[in-house]
Design a protein around this ligand. Structure first.
Ligand SMILES: [Zn+2]
Length: 69
């Protein structure tokens, strides 16, 4: 199972899509184990189309929890 630090969540309203390196969205043809930081710069959210910049780590520095502390 991926570390929370390696899982990223889309922060746009009404989305919340989570990128899990162990379970990348199948329709995007991303090899299993590809870290979010290794995705192409033009990668975007498979659900809402937001850019990579709209994603935040679930844990660790810069995480959603840290933003609210
Ligand atoms: Zn999204």
């Amino acid at each position: 199972m991926a570390n929370p630090e390696e899982m990223y969540q889309c922060q746009t309203a009404n989305c919340g899509c989570i990128y899990d390196p162990d379970r990348p969205p199948r329709k995007l043809n991303i090899p299993k184990g590809t870290k979010f930081t290794e995705l192409p710069r033009d990668w975007c959210c498979p659900i809402c189309g937001a850019s990579k910049a709209s994603f935040k780590p679930l844990a660790g520095s810069g995480s959603v929890k840290d933003d609210h502390s």
